[in-house]
Design a protein around this ligand. Structure first.
Ligand SMILES: [Fe+2]
Ligand SMILES: [Fe+2]
Length: 280
């Protein structure tokens, strides 16, 4: 399936280029998907009007694979390393000494913070436990450096600093995203049909992980991250880390030397986020 995107019409649908530039990459990808779907339905009906009964058309796995060689980068690379806008990267503000989680949110998690803050806000609104709210707040920020297997990378990044249940939920939300759970109203996301192909089957390690997590006493903790993993974006939503300061204070062990200087087994991962322009 090849489809021409009218860039101006797409940006207009987001409220103009400025509003679009404020969206993070995941939200933009989702909006692009909706826009393509709307256009597709229009072109099918042939009248310029949306055809409400027309089924959505998603690419096949083979079509998704054929897109690989149309890109200058691999999809697994993190958002801060390769901006999906095609624009040049910007010079980053140096991190302060003794950098805290807040500094990383403010100065480095530019492409993921809107999504995770919206997700944590929804979890809070839904009355989730503090551990689940914290897991939602942290669940995707590792996608700044790497997207492939981001559940495992993300859990590793936070493991030394958060309760075990939080890193468990971060690690396994990735796997559970592929599996519906009607008991909590979680459905397989349309975004995944678009991203992976309509006929996609998760690889054996994901299937095996799902079987393990499904029987685990903490299954619901990871599951509730997926329930609050919000892809709908609201460009007018005011997102701030402030409402989560108490929860972070109670459950996140901020190292006094600063993240990256603390000699933890994952300090290098924080330094990698802090200094992404460092060649070696
Ligand atoms: Fe995720
Ligand atoms: Fe997410």
């Amino acid at each position: 399936m090849a489809m021409e995107i009218d860039k101006k019409a797409f940006l207009d649908s987001l409220g103009g280029p400025e509003a679009a530039s404020r969206m993070d990459s995941e939200a933009r990808a989702d909006a692009l998907e909706s826009h393509m779907m709307a256009k597709l339905n229009e072109s099918k009906s042939g009248t310029g009007e949306a055809a409400p009964t027309a089924p959505k058309k998603y690419p096949s796995v083979a079509e998704v694979e054929a897109q690989i060689e149309t890109r200058k980068y691999r999809e697994g690379v993190g958002f801060m390393y390769v901006p999906r806008t095609g624009e040049n990267v910007k010079r980053l503000t140096p991190m302060p000494a003794n950098a805290t989680l807040y500094d990383f949110f403010k100065l480095r998690f530019m492409d993921t913070s809107n999504h995770v803050l919206q997700s944590a806000a929804l979890a809070k609104k839904n009355g989730m436990s503090e551990e689940i709210i914290l897991a939602c707040l942290l669940h995707d920020v590792v996608q700044e450096i790497i997207r492939t297997d981001h559940g495992w990378w993300g859990a590793q990044l936070f493991e030394p600093y958060v309760p075990e249940k939080v890193s468990f939920a971060i690690r396994y939300h990735q796997t559970l995203r592929y599996y519906p759970d009607p008991s909590v109203g979680y459905e397989y996301p349309d975004l995944y049909r678009q991203l992976f192909g309509a006929d996609y089957v998760p690889p054996p390690y994901i299937q095996a992980t799902y079987q393990m997590v499904r029987k685990h006493p903490w299954y619901m903790d990871a599951r509730l991250v997926t329930v609050n993993d919000l892809y709908a974006f609201d460009p007018k939503a005011v997102v701030s880390i402030e409402p989560f300061e108490d929860i972070i204070g109670r459950h996140f062990k901020q190292p006094k030397e600063g993240l990256g200087n603390d000699g933890s087994p994952v300090a290098h991962m924080w330094r990698t986020i802090a200094r992404p322009d460092q060649p070696l």
